[in-house]
Design a protein around this ligand. Structure first.
Ligand code: ADP
Ligand code: 3PG
Ligand code: MG
Length: 379
């Protein structure tokens, strides 16, 4: 493994302008932070820099809607450590605020994804952001699988270091690069375009793969099951995955019927008017039992629409993981939010702030964001 140069070892930061790329993509409910885990994990980097006398400029994204604002995140953060919010990324107001910053102060700029430039890794955009600072710190391990401007573009222009949370994620997840066997992998959630290609890789890494959530719906659909109004996509190669001997799909599911009431159905009995909202109780109990013989467990993605209260399937699996003697890693903004709402986050070997990035790192041994720091030529 490459060693990551950590900002915690850098001296003489007094008066330096430090641009921190943070992972603040937290779940919001009615415009409020519903789980602050990712925010809490990045606070040590910010307070370390403030105490060292740096001027801390934090950048981050929230969700995928260009209209999304980090304002509720700033409000929450400010309760943990003083930080100003600037509702813009560029402009004379931002320039003045940065020019007037005092040593040991911090500001958070607005959502990086307000335009397409972040995701397109636009060079001008990256250079403009880099011009705000003397040093770049990446503390967003959860977004390190994205070759976006704030992850791989900015370090072309600035000396780059890993933040405290980033280095901690890297150290802990590196231990899982060589998994113990039997290795059980539980995958749920909804990020098809990220997770489906990784699923193909995990077929060669894991001994058993349990797929629920909207991803499970996609595989059930590929197998020819009626999935009604469920969230599912047509993905190339999904049929082969669905039929792979190591991949396990739910055999009962909780559905919401046309009249909005819920019922459990066997997967062969789903109606065109149904919407799958969780894995079924039989499936959850069986999978949780199977986990007891695993030596390594990795979980990412909820099994159901947990925001609307359908968290029983995930809950049963989380309890199964906690009970099993296996080394356990769970990750993902939504997965961790749910585990924390059930007060279970202390019962796993490691709780990662990363979802897709965690899976990608374990499947590929590195990430664009890791390479950008390791291979940084400005340092
Ligand atoms: P994580 O943040 O843990 O990596 P994802 O972002 O991939 O997870 O997925 C979380 C989302 O998946 C949640 O919004 C949840 O409601 C959704 N989800 C899970 N199961 C279903 C389902 N059966 N139908 C629709 N959405 C689902
Ligand atoms: C995550 O929540 O997994 C990261 O913040 C990346 O978000 P994205 O999948 O929208 O790029
Ligand atoms: Mg998520």
């Amino acid at each position: 493994m490459s060693t990551l140069p950590s900002i915690a070892r850098v001296k003489q930061l007094k008066g330096k302008r430090v641009l921190v790329r943070a992972e603040l993509n937290v779940p919001l409910t009615h415009g409020k932070v519903s789980d602050p885990y990712r925010i809490i994990q990045t606070i040590p980097t910010i307070t370390f820099l403030k105490r060292a006398g740096a001027k801390v400029i934090v950048i981050a994204h929230i969700g995928r809607d260009p209209q999304g604002t980090l304002k509720p995140v700033a409000r929450y953060m400010n309760r943990k450590t003083a930080i100003g919010f600037v509702p813009e990324l560029f402009g004379p107001r931002v320039d003045k605020i940065i020019a007037d910053m005092k040593n040991g102060s911090a500001v958070l700029l607005e959502n990086l994804r307000g335009t397409q430039e972040e995701e397109h890794n636009d060079a001008v955009f990256a250079k403009r952001l880099a011009s705000y600072a003397d040093i770049y710190v990446d503390d967003a391990f959860g977004a390190a699988h994205r070759a976006h401007a704030s992850i791989v573009g900015i370090p072309k222009y600035l000396p780059a270091y890993a933040g405290i949370s980033f280095a901690d994620e890297y150290a802990n997840l590196s231990k899982v690069l060589d998994p113990r066997h039997p290795f059980a992998f539980i995958l749920g959630g909804a990020k098809f375009e990220t997770k489906m290609p990784l699923l193909k890789k995990y077929v060669d890494i894991a001994d058993a793969i349990y797929v629920g959530g909207a991803l499970g719906n996609t595989l059930l659909k590929a197998q020819g099951y009626e999935v009604g109004r469920s969230v599912a996509e047509d993905v190339r190669g999904a049929k082969a995955l669905a039929e792979h001997s190591r991949i396990h799909l739910p055999y009962d599911v909780l559905v919401e019927k046309r009249d909005k009431t819920t019922t459990v159905r066997l997967v062969g009995e789903i109606m065109a008017s149904d919407c799958i909202i969780d894995i079924g109780p039989e499936t959850a109990a069986y999978w949780a039992e199977e986990l007891q013989s695993a030596k390594e467990i990795l979980m990412n993605g909820p099994m159901g629409f947990y925001e609307r209260g359908y968290s029983d399937g995930t809950n049963v699996l989380l309890r199964g993981i906690a009970k099993s003697p296996a080394r356990s890693t769970i990750g993902g903004g939504d997965t961790v939010a749910l585990a924390r709402s059930l007060h279970m986050e202390k019962r796993f070997t490691f709780v990662s702030t990363a979802g897709g990035a965690m899976l990608d790192f374990l499947a590929n041994d590195t990430l664009p964001g890791v390479d950008a720091i390791v291979k940084n030529e400005r340092r």
